[in-house]
Design a protein around this ligand. Structure first.
Ligand code: HEC
Length: 428
């Protein structure tokens, strides 16, 4: 229920940047984040219905993934760098880098998907749904196996390190350990609280987080072997460092606790911008943490010091907007910079370069793969039409666009942005 309430409360906010503005790409709260096993890229899913693939080395948005009809609740990396997204619409999509549309989609769940996990061999995707089932989908396609038994929404799934079992957690306050070969019944551990998320350590220990703000430690055999109070409000997202030493647990009220798993103690709590956090994911270095939250940003933290490292993408070493210091329009433009560049040499990011945008007909820049829907629209970009685009929002003005929904509520800010774009994109 939690997720629906928040989704309803979300109103499109004006793009409002302070002088120290960070970069962003999403038009709504970030609901899910995942880091690639090699640490070079990340994917985020948002209530704005899009997912974004980020290059962590180039500090830019590489691809906007649009397919889901409503919030993208879960994201993960497959082998070979492909990504998978799961939505409130009950659908799953598999994406190849650079492909404009999903490579493959899976349908079957009759309620929102809220968590995804990928088997260690990369060949199976597990999805947890509010239809009370878990489905195991062969990545190559084919009929999924359906795991039934939870008497309430399933909120979390994870594979054990050996790939031989799947663990799940749900609102019915149970952790279930499903053997993946044979037909043996799952082992069921009943805990004192409804459960929101689950993770499995390399040594087999299971960690489940509760709506009562506690973490529960469960053995591979299903015995409850420990618990730890984190906050008084629900813990909604968990991530385990790849070496199994640390747990990051995000609470609905905004704190992110970093836990020493073996000692079962809280090492520190992250404080800083961007809270509350909806989703957490460790980097392969076991110490950097990625978070996605209500402020629509994807942020990096150092889990060993608790310090905020910056938004993703981080500011380039040379700030391309340095020449426009103090310009209000340039500050507004920071909301665009993750996906667009201002000069032809800088090329395209997830969106086409805006160099020479005024006077250009929509979806005509050579070398960029625009959505088909945009090519049919009769729009020439001028300060008036670009301003309109962000007054009523890309979905309304350019239906079928991949650009995440975002509006700039203040007429003055739209005017400042247009003045800036005139200066920064002209004659290029
Ligand atoms: C998360 C990425 C992202 C962000 C942030 C973003 N855009 Fe876009 N934008 C895109 C994508 C992707 C397209 C191409 C849409 C398509 O083909 O469906 C696009 C298209 C456009 C176009 C049409 C270009 C053309 O040649 O037809 C304009 C104009 C534009 N964006 C302006 C902006 C401005 C101004 C901002 C900031 C206020 C912004 N965008 C923020 C991703 C983004």
């Amino acid at each position: 229920m939690l997720l629906r309430v928040v989704a309803l409360l979300f109103l499109p906010l004006a793009i409002c940047e302070s002088a120290s503005a960070q970069m962003r790409g999403h038009g709504g709260p970030v609901r899910a984040v995942a880091v690639a096993p090699d640490g070079t890229s990340a994917v985020s899913g948002s209530f704005d219905t899009s997912a974004i693939r980020w290059s962590l080395s180039r500090n830019a948005a590489e691809q906007v993934l649009r397919f889901h009809e409503s919030a993208v609740n879960a994201v993960a990396f497959l082998k070979d760098g492909q990504t998978v997204t799961g939505g409130e619409d009950g659908r799953i999509a598999i994406w190849k880098l650079g492909g404009p549309a999903p490579q493959r989609t899976f349908e079957g769940h009759t309620a929102p998907i809220v968590a995804l996990a990928v088997a260690p061999d990369g060949e199976t995707i597990a999805s947890a749904s509010w239809d009370r089932t878990i489905r195991l989908w062969p990545v190559a396609g084919g009929t999924p196996r359906v795991l039934e038994g939870h008497s309430q929404n399933v909120n979390g799934v994870a594979f054990t390190a050996d790939g031989r079992s799947l663990v799940s957690a749900g609102y019915d306050a149970t952790v279930r350990i499903w053997p993946l070969s044979g037909n043996a019944a799952p082992v069921i551990a009943t805990l004192p609280s409804a459960l929101n998320a689950i993770a499995v350590a390399p040594d087999g220990e299971i960690i489940a987080s509760g709506a009562n703000g506690r973490l529960y430690f469960v053995s591979a055999k299903g015995e409850t072997i420990g618990e730890l109070e984190i906050t008084e409000t629900p813990v909604i997202s968990l991530s385990l460092s790849p070496d199994g030493a640390r747990i990051a647990a995000a609470g609905i009220r905004g704190s992110v606790a970093i836990i020493d798993r073996k000692a079962r103690t809280i090492e520190r709590t992250l404080v800083g911008p961007g809270l509350p956090v909806w989703s957490v994911a460790f980097f392969p270095d076991n110490r950097t943490l990625l978070t996605g939250g209500t402020d629509r940003m994807v942020r990096r933290w150092n889990a060993t010091t608790g310090e905020h490292v910056g938004a993703v993408p981080l500011n380039d070493v040379s700030d391309p907007l340095a020449a426009y210091a103090g310009d209000r329009g340039a500050e507004i433009y920071r909301a665009c910079i993750a996906c667009h560049t201002l000069s032809p040499d800088a090329g395209n990011r997830a969106g086409p370069t805006l160099a020479g945008i005024f006077g250009r007909r929509i979806a005509t820049l050579p070398g960029y793969s625009f959505s088909e829907a945009l090519k049919k629209l009769d729009i020439v970009w001028t300060p008036e039409t670009v301003s309109k685009l962000f007054e009523i929002g890309p979905n309304a003005y350019t239906p079928g666009t991949k650009m995440p929904e975002q509006t700039i509520g203040s007429a003055e800010d739209r005017r400042a942005l247009m003045e800036f774009l005139k200066k920064a994109t002209a004659g290029k």
